[in-house]
Design a protein. Structure first.
Length: 310
């Protein structure tokens, strides 16, 4: 490993506080680039300033020839861009050759979503656990699940919620989304019930003056990562799809609304999207819904009556 890559990885781990898994992915991609560069240039020693846009394109081309998936190739390019951006910002190179290199075209894909029966089983388990144990972790987890799925919030939005953001009587909450754009989102009856069960546990540990809704045992606001870890562990037990993540609960929220016939514009507002195009990618919906729409709308798809009547 070159010293520049070693310092960059230390920067990711220290200053940017990335997870060990993410740093390991960067390390693999950049070591791959180093090995390729040595072979491409025909020598073991090289300077990062020697690399041109052509070298980086050749590196990506070699990845494609090795049969790597477009998404993997795109991730490698992202790692390379991050390295050169860092080297350019710190003055170790005079120009950034990776800046304008195009990556492979990717289909807009979404994380897997949970089926309705999986959601039912998940919440049945979480509600039972919250009722029986009635501790801080159990009641807090149920609140997080209700907000992620019941209101379709992003993980960061759940973590940033304050107690005053919720209006339990009116069944709504105020959310500060991307770009600090505020929106009002419905709060389900089940979510309000879960919050009311959780608040006494919160009061037992919360630090004076802390406004956060979700707090840890030391009374401070929970981090995104803490909530993510707790929810992801539970999802692994209830979801069959391999690509289910915490964001899949938000995806499930949108998918189930659209499957039930909700208007796309309404779902856009609930999700807090700026562009309808962003919401439209959720409209892949289930094949069963498409079949229902087709049978109900297309005259040639309607089944004839058994009595032969028109």
């Amino acid at each position: 490993m070159t010293p520049q890559v070693a310092r960059f990885l230390a920067h990711l781990e220290g200053a940017r506080n990335l997870s060990p898994h993410t740093v390991a992915a960067y390390r693999r991609d950049l070591l791959d680039l180093e090995d390729f560069t040595r072979i491409y240039l025909g020598r073991d020693e090289f300077r990062w300033g020697e690399l041109t846009r052509g070298v980086i394109r050749a590196f990506l081309g070699e990845a494609v020839r090795r049969g790597l998936a477009p998404r993997t190739v795109a991730r490698k390019l992202s790692s390379v861009r991050a390295l050169f951006r860092h080297l350019h910002r710190t003055g170790e190179i005079t120009s950034d050759p990776a800046r304008h290199v195009r990556g492979p075209k990717l289909d807009r894909t979404l994380p897997g979503h949970l089926r309705a029966e999986e959601i039912t089983a998940l919440f049945r388990w979480a509600e039972t656990r919250a009722e029986q144990d009635n501790g801080l972790p159990e009641t807090r987890l149920l609140v997080a699940l209700e907000l992620l799925y019941g209101s379709g919030l992003r993980l960061s939005e759940v973590a940033s919620l304050d107690v005053r953001s919720l209006d339990l009587d009116r069944g709504q909450l105020r959310v500060l989304g991307k770009g600090r754009k505020e929106r009002i989102v419905p709060l389900t009856t089940a979510a309000a019930k879960a919050v009311r069960r959780y608040l006494p546990r919160r009061r037992e540990v919360v630090e004076p003056g802390c406004p956060a809704l979700l707090v840890g045992r030391h009374g401070r606001r929970l981090s995104n990562r803490h909530i993510q870890r707790s929810v992801r562990t539970v999802l692994a037990e209830f979801a069959d799809a391999a690509d289910v993540s915490v964001h899949s609960l938000r995806h499930s929220f949108a998918t189930h609304l659209l499957d039930a016939g909700a208007d796309l514009m309404a779902v856009k507002e609930l999700l807090g999207h700026v562009s309808l195009g962003t919401t439209r990618i959720y409209a892949h919906t289930s094949k069963e819904r498409l079949r229902r729409v087709y049978r109900g709308a297309h005259p040639r798809a309607r089944r004839p009556r058994r009595d032969g009547a028109d």
